[in-house]
Each structure stands twice: as structure tokens, then as C-alpha cells.
Write a protein that binds this ligand. Structure first.
Ligand SMILES: [Zn+2]
Ligand SMILES: [Zn+2]
Length: 259
């Protein structure tokens, strides 16, 4: 201020917008309110008001520093879905009001061999959605928050009609299983797919497999998962991996073991 009674905002603060999230501050697993800032929307950016964010097991590892790389405070969340509230002048895939998502990464070098081949997730300069250093040197904070600013290239369009809450897990768990199924040709009818473990990824794999027209056999250590696999998710068969007779019979038959 002119009279010097109030400190002027620094240039850094001027370029940033206030944000609110839930942060872990130590390994206790407890998250608490956290006020921070996001960069202002740039010409290639979209700003998303976050409506939902999935909980991935990676978030839990990060909160508790189980990978020994967490820098506190850490705001987890990389299955982000919301509504676009601002777009930069060079953005052409989004408009205000669209539903958009952000997965586990928010930027990459955009010039290396991997980036050129659309494998940004293998880029040595990949910037993760949280617990990573952004291009401006600030720390990235994830989707357990009210907003996110991301380059258009790393935002995902949500089709009209897709439920934003139930669609959120597709942004990490979903793409993790969809990508190899697509890449290795399991996206056509007539295949027989085995899904080992009916967890966060496994249950999505069953649903993709059935949607692709495959026979799906779930292989699990827990007989208690049988009902969910077969009746709720539509798996064609279920094998208990701890049951040697069942495994041996399935091996011999080479056909889906009947539920
Ligand atoms: Zn994840
Ligand atoms: Zn790159």
C-alpha cells in the first residue's frame, strides 16, 4: 500500500490463487485442513473446480510416507474430477462448464522421445499430480482439494452422461488396467482373461474384460470374494489360488473353471 501500512503482495502471490485442501503433515495417517495456492490459469491451462476425487492406495502409501519420498505437507489425490471454471486463450479442447478429470500426472518435458511417442508417463521430466516439483519450482498438491490448475494436455474430457463420482477411479485404477488390455489386444471379443486379485484394479479389470466381450476368470486368495466377482461384477469363473486342487484342475482343463 502507498502509505506503507500494509505489505504489498509479492509478485509470486499476485500470480497465484488461494486454494484449500486436506493435507497429511506426518506419518500418522491423519489429514487436516490446509490453505495453499495454485498458479493463476495460464494460456494453455484449464482450472477445474474439483467435485470428486478417488482414493487410490498410492495416496495411503504417500500419506504415511511408506515409499520414503513424501514431503510434508502433502495433499494426495490423483483421480480428480470436476467442472471447468476457466480456460486459457490457447485451450481448444475444453470450455467453461465441461466436466474434466486429472490423473496421476500434470506435466512432462513435452520434447523427449517418450513424450513424442505419447508415453509421457515414461518421461524423465514427468511431474506428478502431488508431491512433485512443478515447472515454476513450487510443490504440486493433489485432488483432496477444491481446485486444480493443469495444462490442457494433461486434462481428460469426461463424456456427457458419465457419472463424475463413479468415473473418478478410471483416472488411475482404470487406466492402469485399461492400457495393457488395449495394448496387448485384449479389447476384442473371444479372449479369456485372468484377473489376479479383486482389489481396486482387479474389479475394474473384470468390468473392462466383460465390456470387451471376454471370458473373465478371477483368481483370488479369498473364497469370500467369489460372490462379488461372479454375481456383482459378472466374472465367468472364480479360482481360489490357495486351493491346489482347484488350480490344478483349471490348469488341466485350460477352460474357465465354473463358478
Ligand atoms: Zn493411483
Ligand atoms: Zn518428456
Amino acid at each position: 500500500m502507498e502509505n506503507g501500512n500494509n505489505a504489498a503482495a509479492s509478485p509470486e502471490e499476485v500470480r497465484r490463487s488461494p486454494a484449500f485442501g486436506w493435507a497429511a503433515r506426518d506419518t500418522s495417517g491423519v489429514l487436516s485442513p490446509f490453505t495453499f495456492s495454485r498458479r493463476k490459469n495460464g494460456e494453455n491451462d484449464v482450472t477445474i473446480k474439483i467435485l470428486y476425487c478417488g482414493i487410490c492406495h498410492s495416496d495411503l502409501h504417500s500419506v504415511k510416507n511408506e515409499w520414503q519420498n513424501s514431503v510434508y505437507p502433502i495433499v494426495p489425490g490423483h483421480e480428480i474430477v470436476g467442472v471447468v471454471t476457466e480456460v486459457g486463450g490457447k485451450v481448444d479442447r475444453f470450455k467453461v462448464g465441461d466436466h474434466a478429470g486429472v490423473g496421476c500426472m500434470v506435466n512432462s518435458c513435452r520434447s523427449c522421445h517418450e513424450c513424442a511417442g505419447h508415453h509421457e508417463n515414461h518421461c524423465p521430466g514427468m511431474i506428478l499430480t502431488y508431491n512433485s516439483t512443478d515447472v515454476d519450482g513450487t510443490v504440486t498438491y493433489g485432488g483432496y482439494s477444491d481446485s486444480v490448475v493443469v495444462e490442457e494436455h494433461f486434462a481428460v474430457r469426461f463424456p456427457a452422461g458419465m457419472p463424475v463420482d463413479r468415473g473418478a477411479p478410471l483416472l488411475c485404477a482404470g487406466i492402469t488396467v485399461y492400457s495393457p488390455m488395449k495394448r496387448f489386444g485384449f479389447d476384442v471379443p473371444g479372449k479369456h482373461i485372468g484377473v489376479v486379485g479383486l482389489g481396486g484394479l482387479g474389479h475394474v479389470a473384470v468390468k473392462f474384460g466383460k465390456a470387451f466381450g471376454a471370458k473373465v476368470t478371477v483368481i483370488s486368495t479369498s473364497p469370500s470374494k467369489r460372490q462379488e466377482a461372479v454375481e456383482r461384477l459378472g466374472a465367468d469363473a472364480f479360482l481360489v489360488s490357495k486351493d491346489p486342487d482347484e488350480m490344478k484342475a483349471a490348469w488341466r482343463l485350460g477352460e474357465p473353471w465354473t463358478a
